[in-house]
Design a protein around this ligand. Structure first.
Ligand SMILES: [Zn+2]
Length: 82
């Protein structure tokens, strides 16, 4: 029975994804980070603004993207995303 390429994604689902905290800061501007982009060589943190600007560039090589921008809406309202 062919189970498909499940082995290929085993490492991805096993990635530890600790919740982002107020101590996690955007690598570009120092604002609170809400998106973590895990790369084979490390990871990058972005605020909501810079995740929209930069995350698409890293999506192709990222092993995991942790997007917590939904939390930004809950905590600060829709105005925080403007
Ligand atoms: Zn930023």
């Amino acid at each position: 029975m062919d189970r498909g390429p499940g082995w290929l994604y085993g490492g991805v689902t096993a990635t530890m994804t600790e919740p982002l905290t107020a101590a996690d800061r955007c690598d570009r501007c120092g604002a609170q980070a809400y998106v973590r982009v895990v790369l084979p060589v490390g990871e990058l943190l972005f605020c909501a603004h810079h995740s929209r600007e930069h995350a698409p560039k890293f999506a192709a090589m990222a092993t995991h993207v942790q997007d917590e921008t939904d939390r930004l809406l809950e905590e600060h309202g829709a105005g925080a995303l403007r």
